[in-house]
Structure formats: C-alpha cells, structure tokens
Write a new protein. Sequence first.
Length: 215
Amino acid sequence: MRIEPRYNGPTGSGNGGWSAGIFAAEAGVAGPVEVTLRRPPPLETELTVVDGEVRDPAGELVAEVRPAGAIDVVVPPVDLATAAAAATRYPGLVEHPFPSCYVCGPQRADGLRIFPGRLPDGRTAAPFRVPTQVSGVTVWAALDCPGGWAVLAPGRPYLLGRIAAVIAALPAPGDECVVTGALLRVDGRKALVHTSLYGPDGSLLGAARATWIAS
C-alpha cells in the first residue's frame, strides 16, 4: 500500500485519518478498528502490514492496527445550515498549522474542504460535500480533522496519535453531509475527542474517537 502525495496532512506526511483508513482496510480487521500512528505516515513509500503492524521498507514501525472496543459515544448532529454557519468561523481560515492538509486545508481546492467551526456549546461542525469517488477511507478522513479542531487553537498545534472508527454506511457522491466533533478532555499533552458523520437525512454514517497530541 502507498499513500499518494495528494493525501497529505502536515507537509511531507499523510493525513492521519486518510492514512489510518488505508491501514485499517489493508489489515482486514472486522468491526471497529483502532489505528495508532507511531510516526508520521510517509508519502510515496511502499508500506506493508503484517500481524497488525505497518512497516516501511527499512522495517521501521509506522502504525499499529487492532480491533477496537465499541464506539458507542456519538457527537449530536446539527442541521446543514447550522454547520455551514459554523464553517464561516473556522479558525483555520485565519491561521492553520497545516494549510495544505487534504481534509481541512484552505489552500486545497482539490481536498475535502471540511472547515470545522465552533458551536456555542464548544462542539465543532462543518458541512461536507462528498467527492465523486468515495470509499471507507474517505469516511475515516472526514472523521479526523473535525475532532482535532475541537482542541486546536492559534499557536497550539496538535497531531493525530490514535483513532478508532466504525463505519455504518457510505455516503453517495455529491451528498451534503454534516460532521461534528467534540473535545472530551485534555490530559497533559493528550486530548481525547469524538467525531460523527451524518448523511443528508440525518442518519449516522460513521463515528470515531481519537487521541491528539500537542506538538
């Protein structure tokens, strides 16, 4: 498996959610899956997964994949208009640690362009127009950054360290979806967040819990 350069997060490495989705799919673990990133996923590098360990050609550990427990906490939805209004307050439009991120980077006209803004209760919300080509990996990516922006702030960058996700259904190309995120707690350099993706009819398409680490 190989992460194409266009699916970057921080410059020179793969977006955490997209990379985790690829690793989870390749590992073939049934049900909810947890992926722990041990280092930034390299781009354009042939990676292999054996017994849940993702390694590069030199044998260095990139990530670990394992079954996850039930992901039974979801972030409540909002309607599309509320999500669109929140997106106008997206902090990344003013200051972004990784402005070329495939998922949430404002510089990426060809990215997912998910811009999570804060709601009055502290949750994040953003609309998400599903691209022409959609897979489970797309859902993993969509469930990534909205959780991070529940803790990210100017001068306070975080990186994804671990994410566990479950996908209930895939959206259709062109669907206008809503993704929500919430910060549960901060423990030192670690922040625990949850994210949820909802379809146009309000149905839950996927949910994730993640640990972000202050960089």
